[in-house]
Design a protein around this ligand. Structure first.
Ligand SMILES: [Zn+2]
Length: 191
């Protein structure tokens, strides 16, 4: 089940419905089809991801951790959360984001939270030498968390580009995963 030279992520799922199981398997496939990352069933290992039914979908970045998924959770949402679990932050928290997007703090919903504000705070994480990706599955759209129907984020250089999406991994998303997990020599990119 483990490909030679690949990276294995152990995963454990609570009892899954006939609706949830194919979704989670499809999410694994979405990532393993284009990287050397393989998901295998967790047994006794210390480090693993546990899928937990919860409200909405939330996960943390790095470490041993739960990935919460809710009723309306689709493959792409789970993929976004799984990307966090695999070590990736929201694109707009990159230290160089101000060259690409402008955050309209005044339009951000207050109270929804500090979490949202935290989501905007720049991090010093390694960019893996991959360009800023406005269309990344890890990039929010321009109106996310708006309290007044005005954009919470605007593009600086190319205002007509599409910002954020939750439908697919972009080429740059794939590149990031492959660099982070050093897959480059193992698989061919599906570019
Ligand atoms: Zn997220």
């Amino acid at each position: 089940m483990v490909s030679v030279g690949g990276v294995v992520v152990r995963a454990h799922c609570c009892p899954l419905s006939t609706y949830q199981k194919p979704m989670i398997l499809a999410t694994f496939k979405m990532i393993s089809d284009v990287t050397c990352i393989r998901f295998v069933k967790h047994t006794v290992e210390e480090d693993y991801i546990i899928f937990v039914k919860g409200k909405g979908w939330v996960s943390k970045v790095g470490g041993m951790q739960p990935l919460y998924y809710g009723r309306g959770c689709q493959v792409e949402n789970i993929c976004h959360e799984l990307m966090h679990t695999l070590g990736l932050y929201h694109e707009r928290t990159r230290f160089d984001r101000d060259r690409y997007v402008h955050i309209n703090w005044k339009n951000n919903m207050k109270g929804k939270d500090l979490i949202e504000e935290k989501n905007c705070i720049k991090k010093t994480a390694n960019t893996l030498n991959v360009m800023y990706d406005i269309e990344s599955i890890m990039h929010y759209g321009p109106y996310f968390f708006s309290k007044n129907q005005k954009p919470t984020m605007e593009l600086i250089n190319n205002p007509t580009s599409r910002m954020g999406q939750k439908t697919k991994l972009t080429n740059l998303d794939i590149q990031k995963l492959n660099r982070l997990y050093r897959c480059t020599d193992i698989i061919k990119y599906k570019f």
